[in-house]
Design a protein around this ligand. Structure first.
Ligand SMILES: [Mg+2]
Length: 208
């Protein structure tokens, strides 16, 4: 496995068993959806803020790292939460293709810390057009600390998220956690860092 595909801090990728599609769950924002790209685009197009780039977002909490008034940040986040289809939220490269391939082997499970699931569920259904709605399971926990319990209940052994604290919480509770590399989650962590959907696909084994 090449360094470029997967980098780990302490764990070798060879040490993980092949993952079946039914064993893994996905976070949505920052993993499937390029939510920060949409944030930057709305800031530019609707608020005339043209001085920010994704690499500047070095904290999961945008207000801690970007010089933008809090009321504008809140207005943009509200758009992202309530109208992902309308604002043309884009998937991260390769996400759609990988998920379509996995969906051929069973249902997909997405667990988000969003409080309301319907808008992002509609976005996923539109993104994954052709996949039966009942095969796209979306759970909105409202808070990241509730994800571990949900994953336990669903008997999911693996999860991929871009929020370091979520990854740490899941890892502590025995869920095998991958961090999807983003500028806001850099730093040492005791779980595998996945840099692309191509790399993620490489560790999921399709049932024969
Ligand atoms: Mg996320």
């Amino acid at each position: 496995m090449s360094e470029e595909k997967i980098q780990s801090a302490g764990n070798a990728v060879d040490s993980i068993d092949p993952i079946l599609p039914s064993e893994i769950g996905f976070d949505i924002d920052g993993v499937v959806a390029d939510t920060m790209e949409a944030f930057i685009r709305i800031a530019r197009e609707e608020f005339g803020i043209d001085y920010i780039s994704k690499e500047q977002i070095t904290s999961y909490w945008i207000e801690e790292c970007l010089p933008i008034p809090l009321d504008i940040i809140k207005a943009i986040i509200n758009r992202l939460l309530t109208d992902p289809v309308g604002i043309k939220l884009e998937p991260l490269p390769g996400a759609r293709e990988a998920l379509m391939r996995l969906a051929a082997h069973g249902s997909l499970t997405f667990v988000t810390a969003r409080t309301v699931k319907e808008p992002i569920e509609a976005w996923l259904i539109s993104l994954l057009s052709g996949v039966a709605h009942e095969d796209i399971r979306v759970i909105a926990t409202g808070q990241y600390s509730a994800k571990a319990g949900v994953l336990d209940e669903l008997k999911l052994k693996y999860f991929i998220d871009d929020h370091l604290e979520t990854c740490r919480d899941l890892h502590k509770r025995g869920i095998k956690t991958f961090v999807f590399d983003q500028p806001w989650n850099r730093g040492n962590a005791p779980f595998l860092r996945i840099r692309s959907w191509k790399a993620l696909s490489g560790i999921i084994k399709m049932p024969s």
